[in-house]
Design a binder for this molecule. Structure first.
Ligand code: GRF
Length: 215
């Protein structure tokens, strides 16, 4: 049974999706701890409601990124977790932390990486006029929103979209692919070879997403 620590900073809807998938009998994973850098994060209440242990590690009370990351590391190890899922976690982790947990930190980003990394990606997607965006689950590397890609979902951008409507549409796809990725990793079907992800025996998508879809 793989024990997972989930790092959050806010609402925790991706956390909720991960809690839900761990309740499925073919997911050999359990969430051992939810960590938030913000004590008031709504996701902490979601975790408590699900009976998942929580801890708030407030980054503003640490005098360096290194000491904050050391507190995170200690909490995860104390909870006997072997994998970390970043789910709307808004702090940049140090390279040392990333290296200590290499290939054991998953992250979800609401764009088709490597396009549109970083914050406010939806506004930049709309500004760029692309017609297809999406979301990406990847193993985290020290460089922000980079690392071997596990799963992606393509989501259409509509002409009257603003950042909020696009974010909401992509969030639904996030809630599908993050649980899928966690299940695959927990089942031992995911390997990283030369910075590329290999998934054992996964059914690949067949249909193409075209947007606009017709004339
Ligand atoms: C998600 O869109 C995630 O991709 C991004 O921040 C948002 C977090 O939402 N990093 P939630 O806290 O999981 O609801």
């Amino acid at each position: 049974m793989m024990r997972v620590a989930v790092f959050i900073s806010g609402r925790g809807t991706n956390l909720q999706a991960l809690i839900n998938v761990c309740a499925e009998e073919d997911t050999p994973a359990e969430i051992g701890l939810v960590v938030s850098n913000r004590p008031d994060a709504q996701g902490l209440r979601r975790a408590a409601a699900a009976g998942v242990p929580t801890v708030a590690i407030d980054h503003t009370t640490y005098d360096s990124r290194a000491s904050f990351d050391a507190a995170l590391d200690a909490a995860v190890r104390r909870a006997r977790c072997s994998t970390i899922c970043l789910a709307g976690f808004m702090r940049v982790l140090t390279g040392d932390f990333m290296r200590a947990w290499r290939d054991r930190i998953l992250n979800i980003h609401p764009s088709l990486l490597p396009s549109f990394p970083g914050l406010n990606c939806h506004a930049r997607v709309i500004e760029a006029g692309v017609t297809i965006s999406g979301c990406t689950v990847h193993f985290a590397r020290p460089e922000l929103d980079s690392g071997p890609i596990v799963l992606q979902a393509a989501v259409p951008v509509l002409p009257d979209d603003d950042a909020g409507t696009l974010a909401a549409r992509i969030l639904e796809a996030e809630h599908r692919i993050y649980p899928m990725a966690l299940k695959l990793v927990a089942q031992g079907r995911v390997r990283v070879v030369s910075e590329r992800v290999r998934i054992h025996d996964a059914a690949m998508a067949g249909d193409v997403l075209v947007n606009p879809a017709g004339v």
